[in-house]
Design a protein around this ligand. Structure first.
Ligand code: AMP
Length: 213
């Protein structure tokens, strides 16, 4: 059983790429962002703890996130795609230890690379379907829904994630720049590490991803 990892800044297109890859390669998805948002909306203990961090665009503490990942790995069969984890060096080390304890293998580590100047415009214009089972992602300029504020796929309302405001985005980027470099260094020497140019259309990015598998 393999765990593939998608790395990338907020707005790099990780979520869109993950959706395409899950369908194409029959992978099981693990998005720590989705798990945390679900916990916040259900008001669980973890959700209550994570809520303020997420709204301000700060990272949730490593112990909480590592615990969620470990819980999610129980009873999983088949290859997986991790999206949004690991995000810190401590998480990368924990993932290495979890995989070795469980006899799982690290698959591809894919870094979706997008210049920082492009990221802010992408994130601030992003709108997502409020129906978490649908989760469709739109952009006010580049991928507008047919009818303003309504999901083309399921008809539910679209909303802006609280952490997609300009202010929260900037603090997410600061946090990202501080914590991500050590994660990159951790994986860069690995034969599994690949960089994909994310400053292209979702289709072009997906074609590059397909060639990696
Ligand atoms: P995402 O959907 O991946 O952009 O994650 C949304 C938010 O959830 C982040 O801004 C963090 O506050 C939190 N989060 C998601 N994944 C992690 C992680 N691996 N470590 C810490 N916080 C996380």
């Amino acid at each position: 059983m393999k765990v593939h990892v998608l790395l990338g800044a907020p707005g790099s297109g990780k979520g869109t790429a993950a959706k395409q890859m899950l369908e194409a390669f029959s992978l099981t998805h693990l998005s720590t962002g989705d798990i945390l948002r679900d916990a916040v909306s259900k008001g669980t203990e973890v959700g209550l703890r994570a809520k303020a961090y997420m709204a301000e665009g700060r990272l949730v503490d490593d112990d909480t996130v590592n615990g969620l990942v470990l819980a999610r790995l129980q009873n999983v069969t088949g290859d997986m795609l991790f999206d949004g984890y690991p995000r810190t060096l401590s998480q990368a080390r924990t993932l290495r230890d979890i995989l070795s304890e469980k006899g799982m293998e690290l698959g591809l580590v894919i870094d979706i690379d997008v210049p920082q100047s492009v990221l802010e415009a992408r994130v601030v214009g992003r709108r997502v379907c409020e129906n978490s089972a649908c989760g469709a992602i739109y952009h006010l300029q580049t991928k507008a829904p047919k009818s303003a504020g309504v999901c083309d796929l399921c008809g539910n309302s679209l909303h802006q994630r609280t952490d997609d405001s300009v202010q929260a985005f900037r603090s997410r980027m600061e946090e990202f720049n501080r914590t991500f470099q050590p994660v990159l260094e951790f994986y860069k020497g690995s034969p599994n590490y690949r960089v994909v140019d994310g400053n292209r259309s979702p289709l072009a990015v997906f074609e590059s991803l397909q060639q990696l598998f």
